[in-house]
Design a binder for this molecule. Structure first.
Ligand SMILES: Cc1cc2nc3c(=O)[nH]c(=O)nc-3n(C[C@H](O)[C@H](O)[C@H](O)COP(=O)(O)OP(=O)(O)OC[C@H]3O[C@@H](n4cnc5c(N)ncnc54)[C@H](O)[C@@H]3O)c2cc1C
Ligand SMILES: NC(=O)c1ccc[n+]([C@@H]2O[C@H](COP(=O)([O-])OP(=O)(O)OC[C@H]3O[C@@H](n4cnc5c(N)ncnc54)[C@H](O)[C@@H]3O)[C@@H](O)[C@H]2O)c1
Length: 489
């Protein structure tokens, strides 16, 4: 066994681990990064990027179908599944190569290959042949798809989202389980690419939405294009080598149906890669799911007997299970890297406004606090709500994309903007604007003073802000849609 002393050991060379390494190396010479699986990051290999590539192809097909609505006949739309998947894999490989190229600047002696686990609080075993003694440690081990045991009945036809991006061609049919962001993004994209899709959710949850009004609206719109039941009743799953049969109750009815699919795609959530780290040897306080307790501003884990000082172990990215998103992994990695470098000193890092975007069409986004969070924080009487629809929004009508709803929240009295749930065309941009407004701690009146071009989708946001201002009793009631600025605000 090769023994080695290091200043900092970072476990996992994904987005969080690379960001931690990039920061920590400014404090110490001897910082090692350990990767036990495939390098290249989840984002580039099987996450953000390949999913957006598949969605981009689906959007192209959708626009071709929709062209007739503008008086343009694009002819029969043919989807070449092999070509679609070849482009997805080719571009995906280019993104992965970009990550691998950037890792070239890491001294090979500092980039270790092998699975790491704790032998004691300061000692890691890496693979079969190395033992590291580290002054401080960052856990940045990411997450992996999780499947309920009952899905094993699907046999060979059971897949997770990682497998989708390896397809040589598009299948004929897929039963997608899970109406979270992965299920919705992939399910809608596959449907638009001509795959027969049925999407089965659980307990009524739908993507990132917390508000029932947003879920109900989105469920109705998605169902116009593909079958989606967010509270599905599935009686049986049976698979063989070639097909999987799903027996379920038809949405909003008691009718029992059995349908066969080429695949069952489990998009039923992700679990942190903590179970094979031997955390019981790390001297850390764990929650009831085995995730280390940590301070979200320092990313420092709590030790079992550290007398409130915090341990020498830090955590970042999907491993923390806080907000499994790329920008969070990056930010958390940076904070963890700084504090692992400074340890035993540590400083609070800036945690930015919660922001989540699902790249469905219409897109779904949440920013800042949900209504429920705002009410539990400020009290029921203190939260004002504003709403606007995209159905009669000018620019959305021009583009034939006038579907969607926005709900915004603010604090009574102060007029402080608190958060929003958005469903509509390209709301990724409106969500970004709102996240910036929250970072600036803007009030609704001040937001309304900001410039709005015409005709843009953001004029719909202005309508929602006006409605919110009215509810705050800080401005006149919204009359007809802002005609003083031009039609269709
Ligand atoms: C289909 C899909 C689409 C997504 N789309 C988006 C999106 O559009 N926008 C967005 O913000 N987020 C998106 N995400 C989420 C985003 O990809 C993740 O939040 C992010 O990649 C997590 O980064 P990470 O560094 O925590 O983990 P990872 O990148 O997974 O890195 C963890 C690394 O640790 C290694 N490792 C694990 N255990 C050990 C061990 N014991 N020893 C050594 N190494 C170990 C792993 O091999 C891995 O390389 C998506 C996710 C999926 C699955
Ligand atoms: N655009 C993006 O930013 C983006 C895209 C994809 C993923 N992500 C990240 O990845 C994380 C994981 O996404 P995800 O969608 O896999 O997980 P998720 O936890 O968001 O959703 C999983 C869904 O599966 C449902 N489910 C669980 N068991 C089920 C069952 N037996 N049958 C049917 N449904 C079941 C749950 O109710 C839930 O709605 C997300 O939280 C998100 O942070 C982000």
């Amino acid at each position: 066994m090769q023994e080695r002393d290091v200043d900092i050991a970072i476990i996992g060379a994904g987005t969080a681990g690379l960001s931690a390494w990039q920061t920590a190396r400014h404090y110490h010479e001897n910082v090692v990064l350990i990767e036990g699986g495939e390098p290249g990051t989840t984002c580039a290999r099987v996450g953000c990027m390949p999913s957006k590539l598949l969605i981009a192809a689906a959007e192209a097909a959708h626009h071709a179908h929709e062209a007739a609505g503008f008086g343009i006949e694009a002819g029969p739309v043919e989807i070449d599944g092999r070509a679609v998947m070849a482009r997805v894999r080719h571009q995906r490989d280019a993104f992965v190569k970009g990550v691998l190229d950037s890792m070239q600047r890491i001294d090979p002696d500092k980039l270790l290959s092998g699975h790491a686990c704790f032998e004691s609080p300061h000692t890691l075993r890496v693979g079969d042949s190395q033992r590291l003694h580290a002054r401080s440690i960052v856990i940045a081990t990411g997450s992996r798809p999780h499947m309920p045991d009952a899905f094993a009945a699907a046999g060979e036809r059971l897949i997770d989202s990682d497998a989708v991006f390896e397809w040589e061609t598009l299948p004929g049919s897929v039963a997608v389980f899970g109406a979270g962001v992965v299920g919705l993004e992939l399910g809608q994209a596959l449907s638009r690419l001509g795959v027969r899709v049925r999407l089965f959710g659980k307990s009524g949850s739908l993507g990132p939405f917390q508000e029932a009004a947003m879920r109900d609206y989105a469920e109705r719109i998605f169902n116009e294009a593909f079958y989606l039941d967010p509270a599905a009743r599935v009686d049986a799953i049976e698979g063989d080598d070639s097909q999987v049969a799903v027996t379920f109750r038809k949405r909003n009815s008691a009718e029992r149906l059995t349908e066969s699919f080429d695949y069952l795609l489990a998009a039923t959530g992700r679990r942190p890669n903590l179970d094979r780290l031997a955390l019981e040897n790390a001297g850390l306080a764990l929650d009831d799911k085995g995730v280390p307790l940590y301070n979200r501003f320092t990313m420092q884990c709590r030790g079992l007997d550290d007398h409130g000082e915090g341990s020498h172990v830090f955590i970042a990215g999907d491993a923390s299970q806080e907000l499994p998103l790329l920008h969070e992994a990056n930010q958390q990695g940076r904070i963890a890297g700084h504090n692992a470098g400074r340890y035993p000193e540590r400083r609070a890092g800036h945690r930015s406004t919660p922001l989540s975007i699902a790249f469905t069409d219409p897109q779904m986004a949440t920013v800042g606090m949900s209504r429920e969070e705002a009410v539990s924080w400020f009290g029921c009487d203190s939260v004002a709500e504003g709403e606007a629809s995209f159905e009669d929004q000018g620019r959305a009508m021009v583009m034939r994309q006038n579907r969607g709803l926005m709900r915004l929240y603010a604090e009574h009295g102060s007029g402080q903007f608190l958060g929003a749930e958005l469903f509509g065309p390209r709301v990724e941009h409106i969500a970004q604007l709102l996240a910036w407004a929250l970072e600036q701690r803007m009030g609704v009146e001040r937001m309304l003073e900001m410039p709005f071009y015409h005709p843009v989708l953001e004029e719909g946001l202005r309508s929602a802000l006006r409605d919110l201002n009215r509810a705050l009793l800080q401005g006149p009631a919204m009359t007809e849609r802002c005609f003083e600025y031009g039609p269709g605000g």
